[in-house]
Design a protein around this ligand. Structure first.
Ligand SMILES: O=c1[nH]c(=O)c2ncn([C@@H]3O[C@H](COP(=O)(O)OP(=O)(O)OP(=O)(O)O)[C@@H](O)[C@H]3O)c2[nH]1
Ligand SMILES: [Mg+2]
Length: 191
């Protein structure tokens, strides 16, 4: 059997990489083998989509070829979508308890986890976006603190935070899984 073509996933986040690999192990029809490059790509300010597009363009230029990037946002509905794409610095500055405190005084603690993959087919190509969303609400931390804000989002209809789920369960309903499904459909059609 011919070896699958490789696609470079540019991320410095080992947890993202692990989940992508776990999800793709269960997706034999995914047309590429994913290889990782940990490049320091600047992230601009803007909407989740603008951040994802700029990140992928910059990575494709550095690699001088096709690449995949991913940007994750966590949007609090009571805060008109913030922290959104800025969740990384909010999390490192405020921690789980500070993120919870941001919502004190609001009755609405709902939030959307958004994963946006961006794919460039060449260094010059326009990035194409694939977005997955999973809804939940912000709660006091429950479950192991292995990955970012997993312990403080209780996923609608499950009664569990992402952190309380086995990897297999998270990977069947997560924002990342849904976005990867759309990417798989697109790449499969490209042949
Ligand atoms: O609990 C979580 N469950 C998840 O499923 C998840 N996915 C991402 N994150 C965190 O959200 C921020 C996104 O920022 P981000 O997209 O810029 O990622 P990053 O800078 O770590 O990696 P990358 O930009 O090199 O790919 C970072 O703090 C990530 O650790 C998650 N936390
Ligand atoms: Mg980043």
């Amino acid at each position: 059997m011919a070896a699958r073509k490789q696609l470079t996933f540019v991320t410095g986040n080992k947890n993202k990489l692990r989940e992508v690999q776990q999800i793709l192990e269960k997706t034999p029809s995914f047309p590429f083998e994913i290889v990782n490059r940990d490049l320091d790509v600047p992230e601009i300010q803007g909407t989740t989509q603008e951040v994802a597009i700029a990140k992928c363009r910059a990575a494709a230029k550095i690699l001088n070829g096709p690449c995949l990037t991913e940007d994750t946002a966590l949007s609090f509905h009571a805060l008109s979508g913030l922290p959104g794409p800025y969740i990384k610095s909010f999390l490192s500055s405020l921690g789980h308890s500070g993120l919870n405190t941001l919502l004190d005084g609001f009755s609405d603690r709902s939030a959307t986890a958004i994963c946006t993959f961006a794919y460039c087919s060449s260094a010059e190509a326009e990035p194409i976006l694939f977005e997955g969303r999973t809804e939940g609400k912000i709660v006091q931390p429950r479950g192991p603190s292995n990955f970012g804000w997993d312990p403080i989002i209780e996923i609608d209809g499950t009664g569990k935070t992402y952190a309380e789920m086995e990897a297999e369960e998270k990977n069947k309903l997560s924002h990342r899984y849904k976005a990867l499904e759309l990417l798989r459909e697109y790449l499969t059609k490209q042949g």
